[in-house]
Ligand binder design. Structure first.
Ligand code: ADP
Length: 502
């Protein structure tokens, strides 16, 4: 993530979060209000239907009573039909009131109505059968008033009252819920902008703090730059445009300083190189002068005019050996200056180790070193320039022997790594790598030896790297040095075997 994006995210995140929280609350509020309204509407419609049913029941009951009294006055079939119809309609109203009844009180009242109605019907039938006769209208009215239908009217009216009360409490609840909803939305309306304001204030405060910090850093940087490269006019104050210009100025100065420091670095390297070349020249001069002096003395004696001494076989062998030494030095220099292209051949690295060890056999015996060789039983196939790798191994062995002038153990271990590489370690029990060269072990001309060129390890590393491998060296905690070569193994070579010499 780029810095700009991160800053943008930091600034906008609180707003976005606050926004989302309010959005969530709004949705929740709308949803719950909708649900409440639906519930209220359902309850109100049920209450209205209950009220209607109770009212209907009462009306039918009154009609039934009226028509039944008329039928007793004039018991003709038509009146009986009307009474039957009233009864049926009452029963219908009762059934729908019964269906809608939910509360125990309602059910109890309806039970009373049902029992009372059946009793009233039975009594009416009994009166009808006795065929009563009322002398006056007053007698009839007295009978009608004393009629048990009164017991029925009470529960009906009570049912109406309960339903009316339920309607009223539902209306009150709706009102108070509406009030709560209004308060909630008012609160959100107030808190929303307030939250936005606070977040904005927080973000602005955070940004201003960052800018202040930036200004302090800028002033700090400018103070440093003043020391490094003259005056940088920087106040760290002003508008963002001014700040931008000041920043540009600082960046320009930094570029200047970095450019100069790089130039100094290059000069330093060049100086070091020149010094190293001087050292090399001195070392070559030293190396060349000694054999040349010996050769010059012998040849000088042979060409003396007064008593010339002919060169013996021993002299010639000495001259030959010295010339070979010279040649070797020159070859090392040439190798360093112009490394030849590797000519690769499929080789078993174990053979290469044997060959190199054979070349240093005499030295090993001379210094009394005990070699410990640990090679796998199967071939370790690599694609290498045999001469070049041979040179690397001989160099590592000779360095190890140089480090153990009074004897020790030279361990050579070869193994396969799981990552398709061959790993060869050369370990000695000598004094270890001197701190003088430890840091620049593989840089040319780094040597602690009187007659050393300091080219061996740098040439060796170049050869190994040219082969796609690595060469590393370090001191062991238990004493002595260890050099490790990793080379890519040839694909399709023997895959088994253990990693030796870890
Ligand atoms: P030279 O042998 O000519 O000095 P090298 O590049 O081969 O050049 O080695 C550089 C230096 O590294 C040596 O002079 C020596 O100080 C150090 N060195 C190399 N191998 C070993 C080792 N096995 N033990 C201790 N020091 C080592």
């Amino acid at each position: 993530m780029t810095n700009t994006r991160r800053i943008l995210l930091q600034v906008t995140l609180p707003f976005t979060l606050v926004g989302f929280v309010f959005l969530g609350f709004s949705f929740l509020g709308v949803w719950s209000i909708n649900r409440l309204q639906e519930n209220r509407a359902r309850i109100i419609s049920t209450n209205v239907r209950k009220l209607q049913a109770a009212l209907e029941m009462e009306i039918r009951l009154r009609q039934f009573r009226f028509h039944s009294v008329l039928m007793l006055i004039e018991p003709i079939p038509r009146r009986r039909g009307v009474v039957e119809e009233d009864r049926r309609q009452f029963e219908q109203a009762f059934a729908s009131a019964n269906d809608l009844a939910e509360l125990p009180a309602e059910r109890k009242l309806l039970e009373e109505v049902s029992v009372g109605f059946q009793r009233y019907c039975r009594e009416l039938d009994a009166v009808h059968r006795t065929k009563p006769h009322w002398a006056t209208l007053e007698d009839l009215l007295l009978w009608s008033d004393a009629h048990p239908v009164h017991h029925l009217m009470g529960p009906c009216e009570e049912l109406l009252r309960i339903n009316g009360q339920a309607m009223e409490s539902t209306a009150q609840e709706s009102q108070s819920l509406g009030q709560q909803g209004r308060t909630l939305f008012l609160l959100m309306g107030v808190l929303g902008p307030l939250g936005g304001l606070l977040s904005g204030f927080g973000a602005a405060w955070g940004l201003s703090r960052s800018i202040t910090r930036l200004r302090i850093h800028l002033r700090d940087a400018s103070a440093h730059l003043d020391q490094e490269s003259g005056l940088v006019s920087l106040t760290g104050e002003g508008t963002s445009d001014q700040l931008d210009r000041q920043l540009e100025q600082v960046v320009k100065k930094i570029k200047d300083v970095v450019g100069r420091s790089q130039q100094q670095q290059r000069d330093l390297i060049r100086t070091e190189q020149l010094a190293a070349i001087g050292q090399l020249a001195a070392s070559i001069a030293h190396e060349v002068r000694n054999p040349l002096t010996g050769i010059k003395l012998l040849v000088g004696a042979a060409i003396q005019q007064r008593s010339p001494r002919s060169l013996s076989l021993e002299d010639l062998e000495f001259i030959h050996a010295e010339i070979r030494r010279l040649e070797k030095k020159v070859q090392a220099l040439l190798d360093f200056a112009r490394p030849s292209e590797p000519i690769r051949e499929r080789t078993d690295l174990r053979d290469q180790v044997h060959q190199a060890l054979h070349l240093v056999e005499t030295r090993i015996r001379q210094v009394g070193v005990r070699p410990e060789i640990d090679l796998p039983a199967d071939p370790v196939w690599v694609e290498i320039d045999r001469d070049q790798v041979n040179g690397v191994l001989v160099n590592l062995f000779l360095n190890a022997l140089d480090a153990m002038p009074r004897g020790g153990i030279l361990s050579v271990a070869l193994g396969r790594e799981p990552d398709e590489t061959a790993r060869l370690t050369v370990t000695d029990t000598g004094a270890g790598i001197s701190p003088v060269v430890e840091e620049r072990l593989f840089t040319p001309f780094a040597s602690t030896k009187k007659t050393g060129t300091g080219l061996g390890l740098s040439i060796s590393r170049r050869i190994v790297v040219d082969h796609g491998g690595t060469l590393t060296g370090n001191n062991r905690p238990e004493g002595g040095a260890r050099f490790t070569i990793s080379l890519p193994r040839e694909k399709g070579g023997a895959e088994d075997g253990q990693v030796a010499g870890r």
